[in-house]
Design a protein around this ligand. Structure first.
Ligand SMILES: Cc1cc2nc3c(=O)[nH]c(=O)nc-3n(C[C@H](O)[C@H](O)[C@H](O)COP(=O)(O)O)c2cc1C
Length: 322
């Protein structure tokens, strides 16, 4: 089985990918989407979205990373994809699922699910222009307003020449509301000849077992659950290897929080980035861990990185003693 870390713009940047793949369990991860409009992106832009490119397209822990493109102009997307490859990208994924109104207004992301022919043209153009050795994959939702075109869109991606397809089992209008329709992933898996990865609402090991069962897929992508439960992939891998499944404790998570903060500070020390990213992560983890809520309260009003770091260090020590 394969476990993928989902692309999540504004949430799963290179630092989060670094941390989560160090914790372990992932076979692959995907960058935040790189939007393709009328410009041809520079090397600096590709590296901003996916610094893993200079590390052989791998995170620090060695997990392969794919760059994701979002756009609707096949020609421009192909030019940009080729540039990404020229600068070192080793695999390209295409986004057909982003629900953001500004993105959709510019004909990118989920709005393309209304036009399977255009999806086909984009995938085919990129497949023809990219060197054969560069894998090309796609990621889709089930549709825009409804699932009427789900199979047509999946077929368009497969027939366009993609070698893999991830299905986020919701329509655009469903946003991120549960439930995800895992049965639809099975319908798509049964209909297309390429490997399908199931995605949507996997927050626990039990959810993982259920999505596998219902979708019939042996490849699963974890999104928000990966951030809320940073050891989720590790638990799943332990289970799949027939090992004892050991849930982490908050003492270990406190260590990861400190590491995450240090990695954020190493990337951008002199602005709000480290503190903002920390608060964002704690804000998500507090749904699962009361200790995250407590730590969130302690750093809530802090603005300076030095001040936050002291709180984090003290907190980690306390957790070790508990
Ligand atoms: C904050 C956020 C940002 C996202 N950004 C992207 C993105 O850049 N590209 C993409 O294909 N999907 C993106 N997604 C969708 C996820 O990859 C995934 O399909 C979705 O969250 C469902 O999985 P989950 O229920 O496990 O979270 C994003 C989701 C979230 C919550």
């Amino acid at each position: 089985m394969r476990l993928l870390l989902a692309p999540m713009q504004g949430l799963c940047d290179d630092v989060m990918r670094d941390l989560l793949t160090r914790i372990g369990g992932y076979d692959e991860c995907v960058s935040e989407f790189v939007r393709i409009t009328h410009t041809v992106h520079s090397r600096a832009t590709w590296l901003k979205y996916m610094p893993e490119i200079v590390n052989g397209n791998r995170t620090f822990a060695g997990t392969p990373c794919t760059v994701q493109l979002l756009g609707s102009d096949a020609g421009r997307m192909a030019v940009n994809a080729l540039e990404a490859v020229r600068f070192g990208a080793g695999k390209i994924d295409l986004n057909f699922g982003c629900p953001a109104p500004t993105v959709n207004k510019h004909k990118g992301g989920a709005v393309l699910l209304k036009e399977p022919e255009l999806i086909h043209q984009i995938v085919k153009t990129l497949r023809i222009r990219l060197p054969e050795y560069i894998p090309l994959t796609g990621k889709m939702r089930l549709g825009f307003e409804n699932t009427d075109l789900a199979l047509a869109c999946a077929a368009a991606i497969a027939e366009g020449g993609a070698s893999g397809l991830t299905v986020h089992a919701r329509t655009k209008v469903e946003g991120y509301e549960p439930p995800a329709h895992w049965d639809w992933v099975r319908k798509i898996r049964d209909a297309v000849p390429i490997p399908v990865t199931a995605n949507g609402d996997v927050f626990t090991l039990e959810d993982y077992l259920a999505i596998k069962e219902v979708s019939g897929c042996n490849s699963v992508m974890l999104g928000r659950g990966a951030v809320i439960r940073p050891d989720l992939a590790r638990q799943i891998k332990q289970y799949e290897r027939g090992e004892e499944v050991k849930e982490t404790d908050f003492a270990e998570i406190a260590g990861w929080i400190n590491l995450f903060f240090d990695l954020c500070a190493a990337k951008e020390a002199h602005n709000k980035y480290p503190v903002a990213r920390l608060k964002q992560w704690l804000g998500m983890m507090k749904k699962e861990f009361p200790q995250a809520q407590e730590l969130f309260e302690r750093v809530r009003t802090a603005k300076e990185a030095d001040e936050v770091k002291k709180v984090l260090q003290a907190f980690e020590k306390e957790q070790e003693k508990n």
